[in-house]
Structures are given as structure tokens and as C-alpha cells.
Design a protein around this ligand. Structure first.
Ligand SMILES: [Zn+2]
Ligand SMILES: [Zn+2]
Ligand SMILES: [Zn+2]
Length: 495
């Protein structure tokens, strides 16, 4: 590694360096020339095989080629008293690698006791780091030093003991080292994470009887399946979380209605689904299980969940919508980005304002957004405003402040935008005549009138008129809704 060089100064240092020819302070006078500080540092770090066959540090020059001390006559101490090899010395006449070893030994066996087998594994792995100087830099960070000291105080290192130490990247890095070197068994991290997460999900259930049911569902449906897998995939892990989350919502909602799961009827299900986001359809996974285990009437059904990854508009309609969004008054990319999630994917404003950049993945092909339990994949042209946002300087500025990682930053520092503010902004943008005529017609094909109304601040009746006038899809939606029976909510007020 070379330090950035300052500009030379011929007035101050009239003698040019024999190596680089620039005018810096001469640090050492060697047989070939006076050498500046920069070239001196570089010379100490030059390694290779000299013309004489010697392999090691080649600080000198013979006929412009790097040469060993003996051949070049250069006097330089590069003999480590620890390991006897030639190398750049760190301190106390020891090389970087020996200092790294000493530091690790001091940390892992503070009383000069031989470290446990697990600690030895860590020690060996750390000592064999290719670049001793980066290894040393890593270990000398205070949080790493503290973690290794903590570990050294552990009588036995197990996964469970590691789990009790504060979660950190250092902890997982060290766990990985131990597993790689067979000092700890490989374990299924996602399966463990699901179990931990499921305990918290159970705590959110308000009724004890529902909690018992959910415990069975988690244990005999999800965990049993995970145990049958060699390794739980990320997809299985996320789907299981999603299924449990939505099922917990359903059970709590039933409790609010004063109903037990055994008493659930089709009217309950229709109402619950109509009141919330489309992701509620995911509860059908839980209901299938409940049917199989004879907890509920097998004729009960939810509207199947349409995956968030597939937009509900065809490509032409998407194009039209994006065009419309781009030309709608003076909508900025942030509002357009939000509008797409609301309009094309039927997501709720209250969820959208809570998005952080951690929920957004931008790759060359696709922009992926994780909204609660739904993963939304934005393909062109829907990804445009999101891409624009992701590269704007304000995004990078805030990314530097971890506490203000919000996609939709609010007025006060560290807070996200209020849902009501975003709703207000979207409805202002859409109140132009063009938007009313164009976009609203498109929107109504999306079906959930309640959501559009909420997002845009229209009354359901206004949107309904557009829907009835423009969209066969919408009529179709409403008719399937009706044939299912039990529509109790005044979702529509047709004039
Ligand atoms: Zn030089
Ligand atoms: Zn030589
Ligand atoms: Zn050494």
C-alpha cells in the first residue's frame, strides 16, 4: 500500500530522489542513491527473489532491478526476532504476522493457559489470515477485541452460548469460522430464526385458545416441514413467516369479533378480507390446515391471494398508468413511486410510508420491494421512479445516517412521512382533470375500491362511478364478490 504523495518541492529539497526523481525529503542514503520517504517505505515492502536466488525483502537496486540487502549493500533491519523470516517489521523487531499472533494469543489465552479446542480453532484461523496487517486492523477494533475477550472467558463455546452474546457481525463471523473448521456443528440458521420469530408471533395472539391453535400450526405444519428439509431455504422461511403473520391477524380479528376459530363462518372471512390488503388471502394456507385438522368447516374459503409479484394490470395498462403518472401535474419521483405501489399493487399508504431502503433492492434487471410480508417485483416501466429515487443524492445523504433510512422521509428528522400527508399529496396530484379521466379509469380495474378511496382521498362513490362506466374487469370482480355471498360492507354506493 502506498501513501498518497504530496507534490515535490525543489526549493525546499534540491536533491531529487534516486528512485522516483521527485523532490522530497531524503530519508536514507543507500549505495544506489538518496531515497525519499515514500520510496523508502516502498523498498521495505518489496518482496521477491533476487538475482542471487535469495527470496525475501529486496530493498536495494542493482542495475535498476530490486535486489537483496547482501547484493545491494543496503543496511536495513527486516529480520523478525520472532519467526526469523525477512519482512517489514511492525514493532519490537517483530513482523506484522508475529504481532498478529501475539495479539491473538494475548486475547484468547489471557492467563497463558492453553486455550480450549474451540478457541484454538479461532486462533489458528485468525493467525492464518492472508494479510497480517488487515487481520491486525480488524482485531484491534474495540468491539472485536471486546468480543474475543468475552469469548475467551467462556468455559465451553456452543451455538447456544454464542446466541446469548449480543448479536453482531463479529459474532456471526466467528460462528462461521467455528463451523467451517468443525469446532461447532453446522446448524440450520433459518430454522432457528423461524423458531425464535414464532415465539414472538405467539405472544401477539390475544386469546389463549387461539394461541394454542397457532402453536400447533407452527409446530405440526411449518416446523415439521422445515425439519424434513436438509436446509431451510430463504423462500420457505419467508413464506412460513408470511403464513403465520396473516393467520395471527385473522385469529386476533376473530377474537375482536368475539368469535372462536371453530365458530368462523363465510361472512366473517369475506368481511375480514374486504377490510384489509389483498395479502389477507394468504390466510388460506392456515385455513387449509385448519380444515385438514377438523378445526373448521371445510366449505369455508378465502379469495385466493394474488401474489404481489404479479401486477394486476397488463403491460399496456401499466405503460398507460406510468405515462399518466409522469405527466400528472408536477408529481416528483417519490410520489410516483408511492403511487405505483398503491395503484398497481393495491398496497396501503400506511405500509408504504414505513418503507426503508433496506426493503428496496435495485438490480440491473429488477427492483424488488418488501412490504410487510409481500415481495413486489417491479419490472419496467414500473421501476422507473424507484430507480430515479435510488440514485438521487438525497438518498445517499440519508443512507449515511442509519436512523434516517426512510424512503419517504417526513418533515421531522428521523421520522417517516405521515400516511395522511402522503394520501393528501397523492390525492392533490390526482385531482387534475387528466388524471381523473385517464388514471381513475385504469385504477378501477384494480378492484379494491376501498383502497383507492383511502389512498386518493376520493369517496368510494366517485370511484365507483368511474368503475361502472369504464371497466368490465371491475364488474367481474364485483360479481364474483357477490356470488360468494355475505357481502356486508357498504363498499359501493351506486347512484
Ligand atoms: Zn522517491
Ligand atoms: Zn541477492
Ligand atoms: Zn515474524
Amino acid at each position: 500500500m502506498t501513501r498518497p504523495r504530496k507534490a515535490g518541492d525543489p526549493t525546499k529539497w534540491p536533491e531529487a530522489c534516486g528512485r522516483c526523481g521527485e523532490h522530497h525529503k531524503i530519508a536514507v542514503r543507500w549505495p544506489d542513491a538518496g531515497i525519499c520517504g515514500y520510496c523508502y517505505q516502498q523498498a521495505k515492502r518489496t518482496r521477491g527473489t533476487c538475482a542471487c536466488g535469495h527470496n525475501g525483502v529486496l530493498p536495494g537496486r542493482v542495475d535498476t532491478l530490486p535486489a537483496c540487502r547482501k547484493c545491494s549493500g543496503v543496511q536495513l533491519n527486516v529480520d523478525c526476532i520472532g519467526c526469523g523470516t525477512e519482512g517489514e517489521l511492525h514493532s519490537g523487531n517483530r513482523c506484522w504476522s508475529c504481532i498478529l499472533t501475539l495479539t491473538i494469543d494475548r486475547l484468547l489465552s489471557p492467563d497463558n493457559e492453553p486455550p480450549s479446542a474451540a478457541l484454538q480453532v479461532i486462533g489458528t484461523a485468525l493467525k492464518s489470515m492472508k494479510r497480517a496487517n488487515s487481520g491486525l486492523t480488524w482485531i484491534q477494533q474495540s468491539h472485536v477485541t471486546a468480543f474475543l475477550q468475552q469469548l475467551a472467558a467462556e468455559p465451553v463455546i456452543t451455538h447456544a452460548r454464542l446466541d446469548e452474546l449480543p448479536a453482531s457481525r463479529t459474532r456471526e463471523y466467528v460462528r462461521g469460522l467455528l463451523v467451517e473448521h468443525h469446532a461447532l456443528p453446522r446448524r440450520d440458521e433459518l430454522s432457528i430464526r423461524f423458531s425464535d420469530w414464532a415465539e414472538q408471533a405467539l405472544d401477539r395472539i390475544t386469546s389463549p385458545s387461539h394461541r394454542d391453535i397457532m402453536r400447533l400450526y407452527i409446530r405440526w405444519h411449518h416446523q415439521r416441514r422445515m425439519n424434513q428439509m436438509d436446509e431451510v431455504t430463504r423462500g420457505t422461511f419467508l413464506r412460513a413467516k408470511q403464513a403465520v403473520t396473516v393467520a395471527v391477524e385473522l385469529l386476533n380479528w376473530l377474537s375482536d369479533q368475539g368469535a372462536e376459530l371453530a365458530e368462523v363462518n363465510q361472512a366473517h372471512l369475506d368481511r375480514w378480507q374486504a377490510e384489509g390488503p389483498t395479502t389477507r388471502g394468504i390466510a388460506s394456507r392456515f385455513l387449509d390446515w385448519a380444515t385438514k385438522t377438523n378445526l373448521i368447516d371445510p366449505s369455508l374459503q378465502l379469495q385466493p391471494h394474488r401474489r404481489g409479484t404479479s401486477p394486476r394490470l397488463d403491460a399496456a395498462a401499466q405503460n398507460g398508468l406510468v405515462q399518466n403518472l409522469s405527466h400528472t401535474t408536477d408529481m416528483n419521483p417519490r410520489d410516483r413511486a408511492a403511487a405505483i405501489l398503491v395503484l398497481v399493487f393495491g398496497q396501503q399508504v400506511s405500509g408504504i410510508v414505513k418503507l426503508t431502503w433496506d426493503n428496496v433492492t435495485v438490480t440491473e434487471e429488477i427492483v424488488t420491494i418488501t412490504l410487510g410480508t409481500v415481495e413486489i417485483a417491479l419490472t419496467p416501466p414500473l421501476d422507473e421512479p424507484w430507480r430515479e429515487l435510488a440514485v438521487t443524492p438525497t438518498h445517499h445523504q440519508t443512507a449515511a445516517h442509519p436512523n434516517s433510512n426512510w424512503v419517504f422521509r417526513g418533515g421531522s428528522p428521523g421520522r417517516h412521512l405521515q400516511a395522511s400527508t402522503l394520501t393528501q399529496r397523492l390525492s392533490t396530484a390526482f385531482s387534475s382533470r387528466a388524471a381523473r379521466l385517464g388514471t381513475l379509469h385504469e385504477l378501477t380495474k384494480l378492484a379494491p375500491v376501498a383502497i383507492i378511496a383511502e389512498a386518493l382521498g376520493y369517496s368510494p362513490a366517485t370511484i365507483d362511478r368511474h368503475a361502472l362506466a369504464s371497466s368490465a374487469n371491475y364488474m367481474e370482480y364485483m360479481s364474483t364478490f357477490h356470488t360468494r355471498g355475505g357481502l356486508e360492507e357498504p363498499l359501493r354506493t351506486v347512484k
